[in-house]
Design a binder for this molecule. Structure first.
Ligand code: PA5
Length: 332
């Protein structure tokens, strides 16, 4: 398998390739524009739903819900679309949601690189969107994200423009890795508290997950303004404060004054409590470009941390153990 860092460095190529794949698909006649959309997936596949939900909330009127579980909500019906995403195609929770969505008579589209879901979708005559093969799920984020956005477009719900996709390709090429080395150094030995505003919420979760899976370390996420209504109190009389480090994700070019003031408030608050706050600037004009740029930074930092700790970023033994344990409780 190619080194994780190389895969991240080539993310812009993944976007280009997935666009080519999408353009080559002969789409069968799809159903009507759905009443609501459910996106089902776990881990590195499930996060795609979070990105799409955030992006779509500003552009389309159809509500999007994300399920990271083995059960779908009871409102799902033939009026709705369920997009099932599993990179491996073998994740039991996601396969169960696929089955439930079919049972609820929802329109279903599958995004996968392989596995049982690919087999089932073919057998059940369900539209199947292929993504880049041979990677670990989290490393294929651009491919799965573009695929999912394309599905929405095919259902008459364009979420991003071609210009925004091209901008994203551009920003993914523009990372200065040297700046990431010192952030990695500061994180090692600490528990990062990743804090940001609601628009970047999927990015904060993604950052945490990357530190968990690639760097093998715990991390915590806080989203402003909700942070100011609970977590903020937890730092009034904390213990082991030296264990934590705050990573604040903020746009390089802020456009929303209110968000900016909230971030400034949080920074001052943490510093007053004695915590070190590292600001991480997210480049890009469009939200799509910002989310992809931020995800790449998160990926690279997490891999640099792993390298410095002498750990493989690719293997995720505990996830495999869990999957092997739980498989017997899922009858397919
Ligand atoms: O990134 C990872 O490796 C994991 O978070 C997986 O995405 C998760 O276990 C689900 O697997 P899959 O994406 O193959 O459905």
């Amino acid at each position: 398998m190619i080194a994780m860092k190389e895969i991240y460095r080539k993310w812009y190529e993944q976007v280009i390739k997935e666009l080519e794949v999408m353009n080559g698909i002969r789409w069968r006649k799809l159903g009507k524009t759905p009443r609501a959309i459910l996106i089902s997936g776990m881990g590195g596949s499930g996060i795609v739903g979070d990105y799409v939900q955030t992006l779509a909330s500003k552009r389309v009127e159809v509500p999007i819900f994300v399920v990271k579980d083995y059960k779908i909500p009871m409102w799902v019906s033939s009026d709705d679309l369920t997009i099932v995403i599993s990179y491996s195609g073998n994740t039991r929770e996601t396969i169960r949601c696929y089955r439930e969505a079919l049972k609820a008579r929802a329109q279903v589209v599958v995004i996968t690189s392989n596995g049982l879901l690919k087999e089932y979708a073919k057998k059940d005559n369900i539209p199947l969107i292929p993504v880049i093969q041979g990677l670990v799920p989290r490393a294929s984020l651009p491919s799965m994200l573009i695929a999912c956005l394309y599905v929405l477009e095919k259902f008459g719900l364009p979420v991003v423009s071609r210009d925004e996709i091209h901008e994203s390709i551009h920003v993914l090429k523009e990372i200065h890795e040297n700046e990431l080395l010192s952030i990695a150094d500061k994180i090692i030995g600490k528990i990062p508290v990743i804090i940001t505003v609601t628009d970047y919420s999927p990015l904060a979760w993604r950052f945490k997950n990357e530190l968990n899976e690639n760097s093998k370390m715990p991390a915590k996420v806080e989203i402003i303004p909700e942070w100011a209504h609970n977590d903020i109190v937890g730092w009034e009389a904390p213990y082991n404060i030296e264990k934590y480090i705050v990573l604040m994700l903020k746009p390089r070019i802020p456009t929303d004054e209110l968000s900016l003031q909230m971030l400034n408030y949080a920074k001052k608050y943490f510093e007053k409590q004695g915590l070190n706050v590292i600001g991480i600037e997210i480049a890009g004009k469009s939200l799509l470009a910002q989310l992809l740029y931020g995800s790449l930074i998160a990926g690279l930092i997490s891999v640099i941390v792993a390298e410095k700790r002498g750990i493989s970023p690719i293997t995720t033994e505990s996830i495999n153990e869990y999957k092997n344990y739980i498989v017997k409780y899922f009858t397919i």
